[in-house]
Design a protein around this ligand. Structure first.
Ligand SMILES: Nc1nc2c(c(=O)[nH]1)N[C@H]1C(S)=C(S)[C@@H](COP(=O)(O)OP(=O)(O)OC[C@H]3O[C@@H](n4cnc5c(=O)[nH]c(N)nc54)[C@H](O)[C@@H]3O)O[C@H]1N2
Ligand SMILES: Nc1nc2c(c(=O)[nH]1)N[C@H]1C(S)=C(S)[C@@H](COP(=O)(O)OP(=O)(O)OC[C@H]3O[C@@H](n4cnc5c(=O)[nH]c(N)nc54)[C@H](O)[C@@H]3O)O[C@H]1N2
Ligand SMILES: [Mo]
Length: 764
């Protein structure tokens, strides 16, 4: 093998940018055209349309796109999908195949020189593959040999804590449950997951304040809200079906405030995809008040809003705050008021980049609204003070009594389609004692108590050779994680890296001494086990657990389901397990029975999961009960604005998604809603900042991140003037991940701070 190491970063090559006007509204004809083009190219039209008809229907399969819920009642035939859901399905059902012949033809080094787009478009993996030590090409391996090799490597470790078991968020409840059970029987809680990089800050902030780490609203609440505030989220791209819910809020007379450094098109105007008469034209206005906040200015903004509300409340007591709710249900109100009084608006204002009059207008609307929903995603959760962001959101809702009642509450909008379910199933490095005890009782073993590594700690452990085997249940670890070069060293330090995957990705080429790829069935495919055809279940962003049944014939006879793969690994590894792994996977009802016996909320799981639309899990915050918190009440908390000080010529960089990607899977090279076509290596900048730096439109620049005296460089980006606050910039994930320092993470949740990267921009 050559000394050259396979590339962990996408190549620096530019692809030929074209700029267009930023569209005025989202969805509409272009979205439908784009969806159909992806379907036609990847899957073929006839099969593709059949697939879409099954998507998110009560008898169909769950969209692998996002975790936005389906309507409880009416579901339009052929309409519960969106442009990006169609792209997600097209990616999975693609005609392209990565076969043993493909691997024989393309070395690991060669594939690492391709862009993520090219890697992904190679297609679905058809056979289990192994990269042997010293070899530059993957070769076929039997399932049995693969399982035995894994068992041998795991049992060779000095301690079970030397293995890392990562999970991405597409894994079904059934597979996730078996996986965590196997890992705990093996003897570790090293179960980091994509959630650590995603909504962990929401979980941390919400559990402490409201006693549940999940959101409290249901889809129907959007029909009853006076006001929906959307913070740090781009639903037009990442949760397109949410636009229907926002549109419903408007239809019922509610208002929308958007808080975002970018005027994301989808939030501004929208054409209803389910009403063809409305596909053309300028669409419906969604956002009533747009607060173009500076990156990481949210705590400062929320504090100003709460100070303005306090002023109004003091003038007319009982008209702004819900005093009865505060008195009966909450803890720490006086401390919050003292904290608010310790700040002045003048001190806070510069962090927001907004004028006081803009904030006053928003505060007025909040003051007069009784039922408020606050939605958020990565714009709030990926900062050093991300947990503060979430807790400050909760403070505002509590002041208004906007929780635990119809039309009001918390709405952290989840990403991966089953990321919430995976956590419910025990994919967590910090399991609760009661959960472990239930497992022990049901399966007669001693579960480990020591907390495991989260994503950042896992990378550091592999880097230090404290962990030597990496197993990924889905996902694309090298491209999703921060500090690409550091993480690559960590993975290369491993004795074995193993990925259970559907499609080829960069993590397959940045590998340990030996590497395995185990190909699995996708959501859209039928899953046959000994007792016949199986279905799986998933939990959406609003805590509804429902069924998902594949529709397509599996692309290769060699694929196994995720539960079957876990069972295979478990049997080859565990010598004294009392679990009959292969029997459990003959019929997933048996796994669901075990879930019912060990996890609260799943009574009569097998019966209720067969009901159309599934069932809601219990949710104390929704039920206006905060007894699970430490104080037994909903807690007000004291939070800190950003403490990042930019030096002269420094900028804040947020790493975001284009309209044409699913995390690290690149569907295409366009970001249509931001007017950028055929190029991903761009940086959006404020036009005045560009002038000041002497940077012209489309100049080539290098991005250099600065953290505790360390520098990291991403080369060759095109500068684009854009509507973004001063000193704020944006670039795309995963190209910019190399700039995110491993140690730059949120307090408490440890989520990488991928939205607050301090950079300088240097003209090449
Ligand atoms: N098509 C598609 N769908 C997806 C995904 C995908 O990649 N593609 N990914 C899925 C996953 S896993 C997730 S987690 C979600 C992600 O969904 P989003 O969170 O919507 O995704 P991002 O692109 O990270 O966008 C973050 C948004 O926050 C804003 N923002 C950034 N920093 C700040 C800040 O400091 N304050 C405020 N107020 N706003 C800020 C950005 O301008 C941007 O609009 O989407 C899920 N759905
Ligand atoms: N800089 C920066 N970094 C980020 C983010 C950011 O905003 N900025 N966002 C973060 C967030 S929110 C998240 S959630 C993570 C995402 O991190 P991951 O979940 O690790 O990444 P994905 O790109 O979603 O994983 C895609 C891969 O999953 C595999 N796959 C797809 N479907 C299936 C399936 O059904 N089963 C199995 N076994 N495998 C499957 C395919 O092989 C595909 O290549 O990235 C994080 N990283
Ligand atoms: Mo995510």
């Amino acid at each position: 093998m050559s000394d050259k190491k396979p590339h962990a970063q996408p190549p620096e090559k530019l692809t030929g940018i074209q700029l267009t006007e930023v569209p005025k509204s989202a969805v509409g004809v272009k979205a439908i055209k784009s969806a159909l083009t992806h379907i036609a190219n990847e899957v073929g039209m006839a099969k593709g349309v059949g697939l879409l008809a099954k998507l998110n229907q009560k008898e169909g399969f769950d969209c692998p796109g996002c975790a936005w819920p389906d309507p409880d009642e009416k579901r339009a035939f052929l309409a519960e999908y969106c442009e990006n859901g169609a792209k997600a399905v097209a990616e999975e059902a693609t005609k392209n195949r990565v076969s043993p012949m493909f691997f024989a033809t393309h070395s690991v080094q060669e594939m690492s020189e391709w862009s993520d787009y090219e890697i992904g478009k190679s297609g679905r993996i058809t056979h289990p593959m192994i990269l042997r030590e010293g070899s530059d090409n993957y070769e076929e391996i039997s399932w049995e040999d693969a399982f035995n090799l894994i068992g041998t490597e795991l049992n060779k470790l000095d301690s079970p804590d030397e293995a890392i078991f990562y999970t991405s968020g597409r894994t079904s409840n059934e597979a996730a449950y078996l996986y965590q059970l196997f890992v705990r029987q093996f003897g570790t809680n090293n179960l980091p997951d994509c959630s650590n990089m995603c909504h962990e800050s929401s979980g941390s902030g919400l559990s402490e304040t409201l006693g549940i780490g999940k959101g409290s609203v249901t889809l129907d609440d959007f029909n009853h809200a006076d006001l929906v505030i959307v913070m740090g989220q781009n639903p037009g791209t990442n949760h397109p079906r949410m636009l229907t819910a926002l549109s419903d809020t408007k239809k019922h007379g509610g208002k929308i405030i958007t808080v975002n450094p970018l005027p994301e098109v989808g939030l501004m105007r929208y054409n209803d995809p389910q009403n063809p008469l409305k596909w053309i034209g300028s669409g419906q206005k969604l956002t009533d008040i747009f607060l173009q906040v500076k990156i990481n200015g949210d705590v400062a903004l929320l504090k100003i809003i709460m100070k303005l509300l306090l002023e109004k409340e003091n003038k007319n007591p009982g008209t702004v705050f819900d005093l009865k709710f505060i008195e009966e249900k909450t803890h720490g109100f006086n401390e919050l008021i003292d904290d608010l009084n310790s700040y002045t608006i003048e001190d806070l204002l510069p962090q927001t980049g907004l004028s006081l009059s803009e904030i006053e207008e928003a505060a007025e609307l909040i003051a007069s609204s009784k039922k408020i929903i606050i939605c958020w995603a990565m714009g709030l959760t990926q900062h050093k003070n991300a947990v503060d962001n979430i807790r400050e959101v909760v403070n505002l809702l509590l002041l208004k009594g906007s929780i635990g009642k119809k039309g009001a509450g918390t709405c952290p909008v989840r990403g991966h389609s089953n990321v919430q379910g995976d956590r419910t199933m025990g994919i967590w490095e910090k399991p609760k004692e009661a959960f472990l005890q239930n497992l022990e009782k049901e399966f007669s073993f001693e579960a480990p108590r020591k907390h495991g590594y989260d994503v950042v700690a896992a990378i550091e452990a592999m880097h230090a050779r404290k962990a030597k085997v990496f197993i990924g249940m889905g996902g694309n670890f090298i491209s999703a994680t921060p500090d690409t070069e550091y993480t690559a060293e960590a993975l290369r330090n491993c004795d074995l890296t193993l990925h259970v995957s559907t499609k080829l990705n960069r993590s397959h080429v940045v590998h340990g001494k030996q590497a395995l790829i185990l190909p699995c069935l996708g959501r859209s495919e039928k899953d046959y086990q000994n007792s016949g055809e199986q279905f799986v279940s998933v939990e959406n962003s609003m805590g509804v657990v429902h069924k998902s049944s594949g529709h397509l014939t599996p692309l290769s006879n060699e694929l196994l389901s995720e539960p079957a793969i876990v069972a295979g690994i478990a049997e080859a590894t565990l010598k004294n397990s009392k679990v009959n792994w292969s029997e459990l996977t003959t019929n997933y009802d048996l796994i669901r029975n075990k879930i019912e016996n060990t996890i609260p909320g799943f009574d009569k799981y097998n019966e209720r999961i067969r009901k159309k639309g599934g069932f809601y899990l219990p949710n104390n915050a929704r039920a206006n009960d905060f007894s699970p918190t430490a104080t037994g009440k909903a807690n007000f908390t004291i939070n800190k604005p950003s403490d990042i000080q930019l030096k002269e010529n420094q900028f804040m960089l947020m790493t975001i998604r284009t309209h044409d990607q699913y995390n690290t899977t690149i569907y295409g090279l366009d970001d249509r809603y931001r007017g950028v076509l055929n190029e991903r290596r761009v940086i959006f900048m404020n036009p005045d900042d560009m002038k000041q730096q002497g940077i012209n439109k489309l100049d080539k620049v290098d991005l250099i991140s600065h953290f505790e005296g360390e520098k990291r460089v991403a080369k060759g980006f095109l500068a684009l003037p854009y509507s973004i606050p001063k000193q704020c910039t944006a670039s795309y994930f995963p190209e910019a991940n190399v700039l995110v320092p491993i140690k730059s993470k949120a307090r408490i949740s440890h989520t990488p701070a991928s939205k607050t990267v301090v950079i300088t921009v240097e003209k090449v």
